[in-house]
Design a protein around this ligand. Sequence first.
Ligand code: PMP
Length: 360
Amino acid sequence: MSRVYNFSAGPAVLPEEVLQEAAKEMLDYRGTGMSVMEMSHRSAAFETIIQDAEKDIRTLLNIPEDYEVLFLQGGASLQFAMIPMNLMKHKKADYILTGQWAKKAWKEAQKYGEAKAAASSEEQNFSCIPDLSELSASGDADYVYICENNTIYGTKFHTLPDTKGIPLVADVSSCFLSEPVDITKYGIMYGGVQKNIGPAGVTIVIIRKDLIREEVLPGTPTMMQYHVHAKAGSLYNTPPAYGIYICGKVFRWLLDQGGLPGIQKKNQKKAALLYEYLDDSRLFSGTAAKKDRSLMNVPFVTGDKDLDARFTAAAAEHGLVNLKGHRSVGGMRASLYNAMPYEGVEALVSFMEKFEKENR
Ligand code: PMP
């Protein structure tokens, strides 16, 4: 067996211990004589799996009782519609545009109400988070929306906007459970799990209970109403059961890493190694504004497209894979999610040093 260092932006690397444990339990999950994939979502065994998963994510994020944790489907992209359909009481929301994912969410919300672009860094090709010190959220907005970590551009909100009491909705797909957060600052925190937590197919929505309303926009499908899922404990219909089981294992793994403070330290150390090298390099440079750099996604370029392509191909031959950047930024992108070991980043940096010497 030979595993590579997988720098994919998502679906992405998962902890090896989790994969091994799942492999051991594949044919006979704890004496049930079947795989988790084969069991009823109403069985006692699965009930324990989903309840334990919820308990552990609550512990990790210190989620108070007035928040609901929902395990849903449809990816982060379905939330782009679910959020306005469920929250737009006054049909008004403010969006902060920091990249393509925030823009997609904003465009979708325009179908349901007045979605205002309250700030944008598009003119800077989304290489930074816009200055929000002067942000004046519309007084009657139903929520303020951000994409907290911008997967494509490698930027992150290191300070949350001051929404003056208006619920903050955050897409945390690419920074989920990567550092401690104060969940009480959010009305909704949500993300697809396929970057930091598990296999594609599960979306976790953590929502303050007072935002779960039965009075949703007319025509909202049953499956897109938060209150339906909340009432059913995420078992209104067949949930993505195997995905939830893996997420549960990742939550346990994170608890073993010292919880979110523990994983944050590791993430900081990994990112620092790569950023320090990039800042000193005469060949490669990071594309995100330093003050807004993400710990999770690190885009960088040489400035020469052909050389970028040569680098990515040569790296792959050395077991450093999925380093090609998103087409809108070009160059390379290394995603350093929770499960990327420090050794992977060391291997990447030492390969970059060698490549730099040979190509300067
Ligand atoms: N938001 C962010 C920040 C993302 O990175 C992505 C996927 N790369 C999405 C939303 C879309 O997620 P999904 O594919 O789960 O709909």
